[in-house]
Design a protein around this ligand. Structure first.
Ligand code: NFS
Ligand code: SF4
Length: 656
C-alpha cells in the first residue's frame, strides 16, 4: 500500500517575511532553538480559498454551504441564500465582532470612570480637567459654574447612553458635521446604542432573517458608526481625561529597548488601565530595591501593540514592536515577564514564553490562555495584580539560566499628536485652530491627508507595505496620520522624526520644516482612530474644504490588516465619508453585487467607499487619485499647480 508521508514543514527565510531586522534576527534564533512562531505557521497553513473569498456560510446545520467564487451566481445555499447575502452576512459579523471589541474596551474604561467619579476607586483620578470640560461641552453639557465632580457625573450619565440607549442618537453624534449627519439620517444609519446595534446585527445575520445585501449593509454601517463615534471615541476621550491627553514626546522603539542587566517587563494588549498600574508598580521604591537586591540595575518597563502605543505617547514608555513581533521579542530570552489583557494576544505566545522561561500572565477575566498564569486585575485594587507581576518578574530575573540575545536596534520617534495638539501645533497657543492646516491644503502645499493604520500580518512581508505606502504618500505631499501597529512600523523605519521631512515633497516639507513636525504623525492606539474622525470634523468646521467629511481631500488605508476590529474601523471610516483602501486580501468576491455596493455605490449615496490592493505603490496611487478628485471638486486643483511652480521658482532663485 502506498502511504503518503506527511510533507516536512516549510521553513521560512526570515529576511523574506519581515523588513524588521530585529524580528528577523530573532526568527533566525528561533529556528536555531527549534521554536515556532506565527510566521512558520502561516507558511504551513494555506489559507482556505473559499473562506478567503467569503463564499461559505455556516449559519445553520442545513449547511455549511460553499458557493463557487469563480462563478458566484451558479449556486445558492440550501436555504436559497445567494452569494451577496452570504458575503454581506459574513462581513456584517466581522463588523459586529470588531465593534464589540472596541466598545467592550470602551465600556471597561467607562466602568472605571464611573467608579472614579463616585469615589469608589482612588488609584486612578481625573487628570485632565480641561479635556473633561471640552468633551462635556462638545456633547452639549453646560459646564458653567459646575465643579469637576459635577461635570464628570453628568458626562458619565451621557456617555453611558453610547452603550445602553434604546432609541435616539448616541451622544458624540453632536460632533459630526451637519451635512454628514444629514446623509446618515436619510439612510437611517445613525447609531442608537452600541449594544442595540450589535444585537440587531447578530439577529439580522441569523439564518433566515435579513437577506438583502443593501439592507444588511445599512445595519453594519450603523453598527460600525457605533464603534468609531461611540465605543472607540468614549475609550479615547475618557482615557485622556483619566490618564492625560498626549502631546509629542520623543520615544524609543524596537527590541533594543530591552536591557540585559535589568528586569524586563512587557505589557501587551489594549486597555491602558492595566499598563498605568504596572507603571506605578515599577516605580515603587520597595520593588526597585527588590530588583536591585536580586542583582538587577533596575526595572525596565516596555510596551507592545496598542496599550504600548498609548503608554508611549502618554508617558514616553519605550515600545518593543508591533503585532508580528510579539513572539519574536520573547525569543530574546531577556523578557522576565509578559502581562497581557485583551485583544491581539496570540495563543502561541504562551508556548514561546515557556520555551524561554518567561512568565506570562493573563489579567483580564475575558482572556485566559492555557499555559499562562492568571492574576485577576481589579480596578478597585489594581496594585495587587501589578505588584505581583513585578515580583514574579524579579524572581525570574534572579533565576535566569538561558543565554540572552537582544538585537541592538533602537529607533527614536516623536509621537503623541492628539487632535488637540495638531490644532495647537499648527495654530500656536494663542490661535490654536485648524486654520493653518486647511490653509495649507487650500494653497496646495499639503495635497491632502491620509490615515494609515492597522495591523501587521504574516501573509505579507511585515512592515514593508506600511513603510513603502507612507513613503510614497509623503513624497507626494500627503500628510500622514497614524495609529496602532502601523505607526510602530514607521517609527522603526525612522519616519516619525522631523528630519524625515527630507523624504517629503516640497510643499509638505516646507510645512514640516516651518512647524518642526515629522511628515508622519503618530496619534496613539487603534481606538484612537477616533481622533482622526474628530480631526476630520474640525477640518470641515474650519471651512474651505466642503461641508461634509466626504468632500475632504483625505483617504485611509490598513495595508497589512488582519483583525475583525480593522474591518469595523474600515467600515466606520467608509460610512463617515472616507475612501478606505485595505491590503493583504479582501473578504469579498469581485464582480458580485455586494462588492460593487461597497466599492462604488456607497460613494454615490454620499458616504465613502472601499478600495483594495495588496501593492503599496498602487495603493498610494489610488489614494492620491482620490485626493486629487476631491481637490478638483473643491476647485483646488489650480492652487496646487501654482504652489509647485512657486517652489520651483524659489529653488531656481536659490540656485542662482
Ligand atoms: Ni489594531 Fe491593536 Fe495591532 Fe491590529 Fe491588533 S494591536 S487594536 S488590531 S494588530 S493594529
Ligand atoms: Fe446554508 Fe443557508 Fe444554512 Fe447558510 S443559512 S448554512 S446558506 S442553509
Amino acid at each position: 500500500m502506498d502511504i503518503k508521508k506527511p510533507d516536512a514543514p516549510k521553513a521560512i527565510n526570515p529576511s523574506d517575511v519581515t523588513i524588521c531586522e530585529a524580528t528577523a534576527q530573532m526568527l533566525r534564533k528561533a529556528q536555531r532553538d527549534g521554536v515556532e512562531t506565527a510566521f512558520d505557521r502561516a507558511a504551513n497553513m494555506k489559507a482556505c480559498p473559499i473562506g478567503a473569498d467569503s463564499a461559505c456560510c455556516k449559519h445553520c446545520s442545513m449547511g455549511p454551504c460553499r458557493l463557487n467564487a469563480k462563478d458566484p451566481y451558479s449556486k445558492v445555499g440550501v436555504c436559497g441564500a445567494d452569494i451577496d447575502t452570504i458575503q454581506a452576512r459574513n462581513f456584517a459579523r466581522m463588523v459586529a465582532a470588531g465593534t464589540a471589541a472596541h466598545t467592550d474596551h470602551g465600556m471597561s474604561i467607562l466602568d472605571l470612570f464611573r467608579e472614579v467619579v463616585s469615589g469608589h476607586i482612588t488609584d486612578y483620578k481625573i487628570k485632565d480637567t480641561v479635556k473633561l470640560e471640552n468633551v462635556a461641552k462638545s456633547i452639549g453639557i453646560d459646564v458653567e459654574g459646575k465643579s469637576v465632580s459635577e461635570i464628570a457625573k453628568e458626562l458619565y450619565t451621557e456617555l453611558e447612553k453610547t452603550y445602553t440607549q434604546i432609541e435616539g442618537e448616541i451622544p458624540f453624534i453632536r460632533r459630526v458635521p451637519p451635512k454628514t449627519l444629514e446623509t446618515w439620517r436619510k439612510l437611517g444609519i445613525v447609531p442608537r446604542g452600541a449594544m442595540r446595534e450589535i444585537m440587531e446585527m447578530m439577529h439580522r445575520t441569523h439564518m433566515g432573517v435579513d437577506q438583502q445585501y443593501e439592507n444588511i449593509t445599512r445595519q453594519f454601517s450603523r453598527t460600525a458608526l457605533a464603534d468609531g463615534w461611540g465605543g472607540s471615541m468614549v475609550a479615547t476621550e475618557l482615557e485622556d481625561i483619566m490618564f492625560g491627553t498626549p502631546s509629542p514626546v520623543c520615544v524609543e522603539v524596537n527590541m533594543g529597548v530591552l536591557k540585559e542587566n535589568q528586569v524586563n517587563i512587557i505589557i501587551h494588549g489594549h486597555e491602558p488601565s492595566l499598563f498605568e498600574s504596572v507603571f506605578e508598580s515599577v516605580n515603587e521604591p520597595s520593588l526597585i530595591k527588590a530588583a536591585k537586591d536580586a542583582g538587577a540595575a533596575g526595572i525596565n518597563l516596555v510596551g507592545m501593540c496598542c496599550s504600548g502605543a498609548e503608554m508611549m505617547v502618554r508617558h514616553g514608555v519605550p515600545h518593543a514592536g508591533n503585532f508580528m513581533s510579539t513572539e519574536a521579542v520573547l525569543v530574546t530570552g531577556a523578557v522576565d515577564a509578559i502581562g497581557v489583557d485583551v485583544q491581539c494576544i496570540k495563543q502561541g505566545l504562551a508556548k514561546v514564553a515557556q520555551c524561554y522561561g518567561t512568565v506570562m500572565f493573563t489579567t483580564n477575566p475575558r482572556c485566559k490562555i492555557e499555559g499562562a498564569q492568571h492574576i485577576p486585575f481589579d480596578d478597585h485594587n489594581p496594585k495587587a495584580c501589578t505588584d505581583e507581576i513585578v515580583i514574579k518578574a524579579i524572581t525570574r530575573f534572579k533565576n535566569r539560566t538561558r543565554p540572552i540575545e537582544i538585537p541592538k536596534i533602537v529607533n527614536t520617534g516623536i509621537h503623541g499628536f492628539s487632535h488637540e495638539y495638531i490644532s495647537y501645533m499648527l495654530g500656536g497657543s494663542f490661535r490654536s485652530s485648524y486654520t493653518p492646516l486647511n490653509d495649507n491644503i487650500i494653497n496646495g502645499r499639503i495635497r491632502g491627508v491620509a490615515g494609515v493604520v492597522g495591523c501587521t500580518n504574516p501573509r505579507v512581508k511585515q512592515d514593508w507595505v506600511h513603510v513603502e505606502l507612507v513613503k510614497e504618500l509623503i513624497k507626494n505631499d500627503v500628510l500622514v496620520l497614524q495609529t496602532g501597529c502601523s505607526q510602530i512600523a514607521l517609527a522603526k523605519a525612522g519616519l516619525t522624526i522631523p528630519e524625515a521631512s527630507v523624504l517629503a515633497g516640497p510643499g509638505l516639507r516646507e510645512v514640516c520644516e516651518t512647524v518642526g513636525m515629522p511628515p508622519v504623525l503618530g496619534l496613539g492606539a487603534c481606538v484612537d482612530n477616533s481622533r482622526i474622525l474628530v480631526a476630520a470634523s474640525e477640518m470641515v468646521r474650519e471651512g474651505g474644504l466642503g461641508d461634509s467629511i466626504a468632500s475632504l481631500p483625505v483617504a485611509g488605508a490598513a495595508p497589512e490588516w488582519m483583525s475583525e476590529k480593522a474591518i469595523a474601523i474600515g467600515q466606520y471610516f467608509v460610512a463617515s465619508g472616507v475612501y478606505t483602501v485595505f491590503g493583504v486580501t479582501f473578504p469579498i468576491v469581485e464582480k458580485t453585487r455586494f462588492h460593487k455596493h461597497l466599492f462604488e455605490e456607497l460613494e454615490q449615496m454620499g458616504l465613502g467607499k472601499w478600495g483594495f490592493t495588496a501593492d503599496p505603490y498602487e495603493m498610494a496611487r489610488m489614494m492620491i487619485a482620490h485626493i486629487d478628485k476631491k481637490r478638483k471638486a473643491l476647485g483646488l486643483d489650480k492652487s496646487r499647480e501654482r504652489v509647485l511652480v512657486d517652489m520651483a521658482d524659489r529653488r531656481s532663485m536659490e540656485a542662482a
